[in-house]
Design a protein around this ligand. Structure first.
Ligand SMILES: [Zn+2]
Length: 147
C-alpha cells in the first residue's frame, strides 16, 4: 500500500521531512516539507509534467483561526475533531496554530466538517464579506455531514 501519511490519498508517495519527522507523503503534501525526492515505491513511468488546468487552489491565509473558532463553536475538543477528521491530534494542533498548512484535500475535508471556507482560487479577488450567515454548528452537524 502506498498511502500518503498526511492526506491519506493512495498515490505515488515520497519521503519528505515535515515538521522535523520523516513521513511518506504524496507530492502535494511533500510541498509543505522538505522532499527527499526518493520515491518509496518503484515508479512505473514518469509521465510528462501535468499541467494544472484552470486557477490554482490555495488555502486561505487565516485558516488557523478559522479552524479553531469553528471547531470551538461546534463544541469539539481537538481530540474529537482529530478523530472525525481521521487525523492525528497533533495535526489539529498544528493547523490551529498555523504551523501546518493543510493540503487542499485536507482543507476541503475541513471545509465540509466545519462549514467554513478554507480553499480559494489563487486570484486577485478580494472577498471582503466575511459574514456568511451560517448558524452555529452542533456536534450533530459535524458528525452527520451527509444529508
Ligand atoms: Zn498527501
Amino acid at each position: 500500500m502506498t498511502v500518503c501519511e498526511m492526506c491519506g490519498k493512495e498515490t505515488e508517495v515520497f519521503s519528505a521531512i515535515i515538521e522535523g519527522s520523516e513521513l511518506t507523503v504524496c507530492a502535494a503534501c511533500g510541498r509543505f516539507g522538505k522532499m527527499l525526492r526518493k520515491p518509496v515505491m518503484r515508479v512505473v513511468k514518469k509521465q510528462a509534467v501535468e499541467k494544472a488546468p484552470g486557477p490554482v487552489e490555495t488555502v486561505v491565509t487565516g485558516f488557523a483561526s478559522l479552524i479553531r473558532s469553528a471547531r470551538e463553536k461546534a463544541g469539539l475538543t481537538q481530540k474529537d475533531f482529530a478523530m472525525s477528521l481521521n487525523e492525528k491530534e497533533s495535526i489539529v494542533q498544528k493547523l490551529e496554530n498555523g504551523a501546518f498548512v493543510p493540503p487542499i484535500s485536507l482543507a476541503k475535508k475541513l471545509e465540509k466538517l466545519l462549514k467554513i471556507k478554507l480553499v480559494e482560487f489563487e486570484q486577485e479577488d478580494e472577498v471582503s464579506n466575511e459574514k456568511r450567515g451560517s448558524g452555529p454548528l452542533t456536534i450533530g452537524d459535524i458528525l452527520n455531514v451527509k444529508k
